[in-house]
Design a binder for this molecule. Sequence first.
Ligand code: BEZ
Ligand code: FE
Length: 293
Amino acid sequence: MSGTDEAMKAITTAAVDSFRDTPDPRLRELLQGLVRHLHGYVRELRPTMREWEYAVDYLTAVGQKCDPTRQEFILLSDVLGVSMLVETVNEQGGGTESTVLGPFHVVESPKRESGDTIDLLGTGRPCVVSLRVRSTDGRPLPGASVDVWQCTEDGFYDVQQPDVQPPGNGRGLFRTDDEGRLWFRTVVPSHYPIPTDGPVGVLLDATGRHPYRPAHIHFIVEADGHRPLTTHVFVADGPYLDSDAVFAVKDSLVVEFAQVDDQEKARAYQVAAPFRIAEYDIGVEPEGREDAR
Ligand code: BEZ
Ligand code: FE
């Protein structure tokens, strides 16, 4: 081992050891692991001082871009595939697969009743989404809360267009009925580019990556005695399903939004025909000891 290698090893050891007395063992493990991996990256790739300063300036800019309705750090984690990796290591299997939260769950969704519309603009092509929430043991789950958010047909969330969309457009906080069901009226969301007017856009641009996400509707499902689930359903016939900018597509989450021409069905759902309908069963896992952490 050269003198330089020894000096580098001593720095890593000292930094890891500095967390030795952290009272919380999990915090100690996370911080010591972080230091080991960061130091390993530096030792392998040997960034120049200029590159290091660029990285610090870049992360500073990421922080400065954040505000109550813009979360550039989540976006950065998303395009690096980290958000999806965290989702995946936490998945237990058995229930509906999870996927990323994304940066647009930044306002409280308005409470709505099953059958309500979340399309406050009223100009789009109608769509009905019908869900049933069950435990993975097959029991329907009455009273489960389902938080929904989606973009418009033009590919924007309400918080991105405060002058165009009323707050709460495309959002709703629902509860399932006695059979674990709920439905709502909406529009079919569009695919859209993730925000590129910040440092994450600079990264995508410099690396020749496109910013698009396939069309989807987000859900957070919470039921007593069950693990909370953060997921989306993806619109089956849309573009970018095989190249999502944030790596979040799972085959089990791709759902057909079928066209319905039947006038009677349209009347039953209080929409005009033709309309699209997506029907999806969501499975949530009973809470286990894992959650104690
Ligand atoms: C979203 O689906 O809202 C989203 C997820 C990750 C990055 C950007 C947007
Ligand atoms: Fe989204």
